[in-house]
Design a protein around this ligand. Structure first.
Ligand code: XUL
Length: 572
């Protein structure tokens, strides 16, 4: 066993509560999880961790289930003989945007928890509402319209808060709560996010909302580092602002340090040391970028059923179609996030149009066509470049209805864009769909990247490293095409930190929060020194290729024009 203190990270996601314990040298010591459907489906009447009210578009989780899960996961860690007494710090993550409405009894109840009883037996009077709206909730269209209009435009809302209005963002959810369930809103003494809710129970007091997770609310003025007064007025009415401020509390700008010692409940019941400190918990996407020492201009591309693009950047250039959030540990840096609905399923649809391969790998023919088709299907000088959008599901980035569109343009400079009405065949679609997914990411991140300072002064602006995660990261043809389009001065890597990236990011955050020399020692510097690259990442592509990268640059404007033309006729 590694000597020295241990750190515990949690992740309260939609379907599970996970825990991971690491040593100071980042070795994983113990893991446990509670799976809401497997452990509690019948008791809490949930499917995939949530209940739904389809008539109103509401999706929510029972808070009692989360609380039961907390005792259960600690019991499981204990059963696995995790040395709980050596844990010196706890942090973690929660699904973003989800909100918890505490009652006036919450503070007092959290403070005097009796270790002879379970949490659920004691916390039943601590909530004004028994459910937490989930990030999949889409009941807030009216509230989104009000948020988008309130500062003048979607762009102005994004400028101020990092994002345009989204159904799941907590400000719109709180506004709806006040209008739809005024008795709940009036009874609410404090509002937590999923992350600060979890932290509160461990702290035995209501924990402040985290500086990164607060930027998933449409209420936080990022530049001013304070609640946006005008948006508070929209949410609570002018007279209601002081009351709403009390409910939301103050937000410390430092994501590190300790918020206080662990509640005696956990010391007495599970054997934690009274020295164990609670560090700020954050959102699950911010925690993902803490599961490795992600340096400025590094990007993570998650290729799952949907796709996500995350980047650590010092540049703040908001736009209604994506998100900027405060970086969870580094002041002045941001997490740039693109969330696409169409990813792996769209690629599979194209794959299934091709003749079924004879071998065991269902991707064999798809990959062959991705690799054998030249970039943009330009085979010789004068050939037109092929571009497309392949959305079996309505997309958010950009906001268009489901559909497939194919276009061509001049292969050199992107001029003479024209819609292609004929189908050019699934063989070509294989390359074009992967390129188009990467081109969309390049288009939206192009203003954020800078020339890499890797001793190669002639390199154009691009991400430093690209880390691929999720199912698609196992596919070498997809890695190659993403490298062709996005570059990556230091290459494309497959990142495998196990199935527990957010909890691991939480554990690393606890370590950094409590072991940093001073507030200036950055997360990536501290974790970078202890991180063993070899066990977590594997280089899968060289990334930047001279000539090819520039070729995609030549059609980026045409790709944007294509999206705009499609948006004119097919806006969601
Ligand atoms: C991000 C979002 C989801 C949840 C998942 O904006 O809503 O990624 O954080 O738990």
């Amino acid at each position: 066993m590694s000597a020295g203190p241990l750190y515990l990270g949690f992740d309260l996601s939609t379907q599970q509560l996970k825990a991971i314990v690491i040593a100071s040298d980042l070795k994983v010591i113990s893991e446990a999880k509670v799976d809401f459907d497997a452990d509690f489906a019948a008791k809490y009447n949930i499917t995939k961790g949530v209940q739904t009210n389809e008539d109103e578009g509401e999706v929510y989780a029972p808070i009692a289930m989360w609380i039961e899960a907390m005792d259960l996961i600690l019991t499981r860690l204990k059963e696995k003989e995790c040395p709980i007494d050596k844990i010196r710090g706890i942090s973690g993550s929660g699904q973003q945007h989800s909100s918890v409405y505490w009652s006036e009894h919450a503070e007092a109840t959290l403070k005097k928890l009796d270790s002879g009883k379970t949490l659920i037996d004691q916390l039943s009077n601590a909530f004004a509402y028994e459910f937490a709206p989930n990030w999949q909730d889409h009941s807030t269209q009216t509230e989104c319209d009000h948020f988008d209009a309130h500062l003048g435009s979607k762009q102005k809302l994004a400028d101020a808060t990092g994002s345009a209005a989204h159904h799941r963002f907590t400000g719109t959810q709180i506004l709806r709560m006040r209008r739809r369930r005024p008795e709940v809103y009036n009874k609410t003494a404090r509002i937590s996010l999923a992350s600060s809710f979890l932290a509160s129970v461990f702290l035995g007091a209501i924990a402040p909302i985290d500086i990164s997770d607060v930027t998933g609310m449409n209420l936080w003025d990022i530049a001013g580092e304070k609640w946006n007064e005008s948006l508070l007025e929209l949410t609570a009415t002018k007279e209601g602002v002081p009351e709403l401020r009390k409910k939301l509390g103050d937000v410390p700008v430092d994501g590190g340090g300790s918020m206080g010692g662990i509640s005696p409940y956990f010391v007495e019941r599970y054997g934690f040391s009274p020295e164990c400190q609670i560090a700020p918990f954050t959102g699950d996407n911010p925690a993902t970028i803490l599961s490795l020492p992600l340096r400025p201009h590094d990007a993570i591309v998650s290729l799952g059923t949907s796709s996500t693009f995350l980047m650590n950047t010092p540049n703040y250039k908001p736009d209604p179609s994506y998100h900027f959030m405060n970086h969870p540990t580094t002041k002045g840096h941001y997490m740039f996030m693109l969330c696409y609905k169409n990813g792996g399923l769209a690629r599979e649809k194209v794959r299934d149009e091709l003749p079924k391969p004879s071998g065991p790998d269902p991707w064999q023919s798809f990959n062959k066509h991705v690799l054998e088709t030249p970039p943009l299907d330009v085979r010789k000088d004068g050939d037109r470049a092929k571009l497309g959008l392949y959305f079996p599901l309505p997309e958010i980035v950009p906001n268009v209805r489901a559909g497939t569109w194919r276009y061509t343009c001049d292969g050199k400079d992107g001029t003479r864009l024209a819609e292609e009405t004929a189908d050019w065949g699934a063989e070509r679609d294989a390359r074009i769909i992967v390129e188009s997914q990467a081109l969309s990411m390049r288009l939206r991140s192009q203003k954020l990247v800078t020339k890499p300072d890797e001793g190669r002064p002639n390199l154009p602006a691009q991400p430093r490293r690209i880390y691929l995660v999720g199912g698609g990261s196992l596919n070498p043809a997809i890695a190659r095409a993403f490298g062709d389009v996005l570059g990556g001065a230091d290459g494309v890597y497959r990142l495998d930190v196990g199935g527990n990236a957010c909890a691991l990011g939480g554990a690393y955050k606890a370590l950094w929060a409590l072991e940093r020399r001073d507030a200036d020692e950055s997360f990536d510097a501290l974790i970078g020194k202890r991180w063993s690259e070899d066990s977590a990442i594997q280089k899968v592509d060289d990334g930047y290729r001279e000539g090819v990268f520039q070729m995609y640059g030549g059609v980026l404007g045409a790709f944007e024009d294509m999206e705009n033309r499609i948006l004119e006729v097919a806006h969601n």
